[in-house]
Design a binder for this molecule. Structure first.
Ligand code: NI
Length: 188
C-alpha cells in the first residue's frame, strides 16, 4: 500500500517524534507501506512524519545513488529509534532534496562521518560508523524525527530566494507526480 507524502507546511513535519516500542501495532505492514511509498516517489529515504506519523521510524534504500556514491551501493536500512553521534571530520556541502519539498534542491553543509545506533525491524540493536553520502541521507532522515527539514540548514538569503516556491507548496500549487497530502488550510 502506498501512502500520501505530507508536504511542507503540514504541522506533523515540525513535531518531535516519539520513540517506538516493541508492541507498536502493525509495524511490518507500516514498514512495507513506507518502502512502497519511497520507491513510488523515487526517494532514497523516508521518515515516519512524512507519512503523518510522529514515530521514530526511518526507511532508507540508497542503492539508486550507488553508482555515484559507492558507500551507498546496496545499502538498505530500516531504522527504529536511530541515534547519531557526530565523529571528527570536515563538513561538506552537497545538494539535497526532500519528498516533502517537491521541486526544490539546495546545498546543505553536513558532517561526513557519523556513528549510527539503531534498532532493526526485529528490535535488534546495531551500531555502525557511516560516511559520505550515506551519512548525509541518515542525517537528513533523522532530522525529520526532530521536526527539522533541510531548509532549516540553509542561509537566510537562500531561504528568501526560495520563499515563493515554499509558499506554493504550502498553498497546494506545487505539482507532484506522487500522492501527497497538503498542509491544512489556515484562515487569515
Ligand atoms: Ni526529507
Amino acid at each position: 500500500m502506498k501512502l500520501p507524502v505530507y508536504l511542507y507546511g503540514h504541522p506533523v513535519l515540525r513535531r518531535i517524534s516519539e520513540p517506538v516500542t516493541e508492541d507498536y501495532p502493525d509495524l511490518t505492514q507500516l514498514l512495507e507501506a513506507m518502502y512502497a511509498t519511497m520507491y513510488e516517489s523515487e526517494g532514497v529515504g523516508l521518515a515516519a512524519p512524512q507519512i503523518g506519523r510522529n514515530d521514530r521510524i526511518v526507511v532508507i534504500d540508497a542503492s539508486p545513488v550507488g553508482d555515484i556514491y559507492p558507500e551507498c551501493a546496496g545499502r538498505k536500512l530500516t531504522l527504529i529509534n536511530p541515534e547519531i553521534e557526530i565523529l571528527d571530520g570536515p563538513e561538506v556541502s552537497r545538494a539535497e532534496g526532500c519528498l516533502s519539498l517537491p521541486g526544490l534542491s539546495e546545498n546543505v553543509k553536513r558532517v561526513e562521518h557519523i556513528r549510527l545506533s539503531w534498532l532493526d525491524e526485529s528490535f535488534q540493536p546495531h551500531t555502525e560508523e557511516i560516511s559520505g553520502f550515506l551519512a548525509r541521507i541518515v542525517q537528513h532522515e533523522c532530522d525529520h524525527l526532530e521536526g527539522k527539514l533541510y531548509i532549516d540548514h540553509i542561509s537566510p538569503i537562500r531561504k528568501q530566494l526560495i520563499k515563493s516556491k515554499l509558499a506554493n507548496i504550502i498553498s497546494g500549487k506545487t505539482y507532484c507526480d506522487y500522492p501527497v497530502k497538503y498542509a491544512p488550510k489556515t484562515r487569515k
